[in-house]
Write a protein that binds this ligand. Sequence first.
Ligand code: ADP
Length: 266
Amino acid sequence: PAQPVYAGELPEGLRKISNIIAVSSCKGGVGKSTVAVNLAYTLAGMGARVGIFDADVFGPSLPTMVSPDNRLLVVNPESRAILPIEYLGVKMVSFGFAGQGRAIMRGPMVSGVINQLLTTTDWGELDYLVIDMPPGTGDIHLTLCQVAPLTAAVIVTTPQKLAFIDVAKGVRMFSKLKVPCVAVVENMCYFDADGKRYYPFGQGSGSQARQWHIGYFVVQQFGIPHLFDLPIRPTLSASGDTGIPEVVADPQGDVAKTFENLGVCV
Ligand code: ADP
């Protein structure tokens, strides 16, 4: 893979992190945070030391998706480093754990906040830092790529054909930033009910229909090596609300298996 384009010297707090994985989507609400959190816990379940950085300053999801006892970040008075919150063996930092944030911020302020949260945190030794990126392609993505050497990106999308343009935009952005996209996750592909499989955004069922799935198209067109389907599952939504990630609540389930395969490819 090409070398990432981060500028300057690697900040102290990031030096002991082996891999930084960006989980990204062009739109909000497609399941990016769900994928980021479950991917992180899957990697932890495989024995890796893992952190999650929630880079979505305007809509941080992490605080609702996990339920640590202590929900406020603490700063080490001597080193001035932020100490990540730890929950079920995964370290995490989110603007949502930083107390009362501002509701309105200009772009440069947001970039400053992200930069500070990411680089002044004492992450310790990590095998993986999973970054839950803000939706879209813009300023914050550029900031993150300049501050941190991203190892790989995972793109999350829903199966509508219309989403193709957005996904292509995301792939092109990462390619410009010299970050390889290793997988596309097509979330909310189908749901099972009454013994039947339904494709709410797709074209019926069967392998022919599969060819039309947007993720497949992206994988073909951009040479992204891996494509994963995630179904609509009430338990996935519930786990986002109860604070116990699905792959932790049901480690033998189908969803956990999908994430294990995704974990292997990042
Ligand atoms: P994003 O980070 O892209 O904004 P989220 O991961 O926050 O999206 O997901 C949006 C909402 O949809 C959350 O309430 C989440 O629990 C729910 N959700 C995401 N994926 C699924 C799924 N496959 N099945 C059921 N609910 C899902």
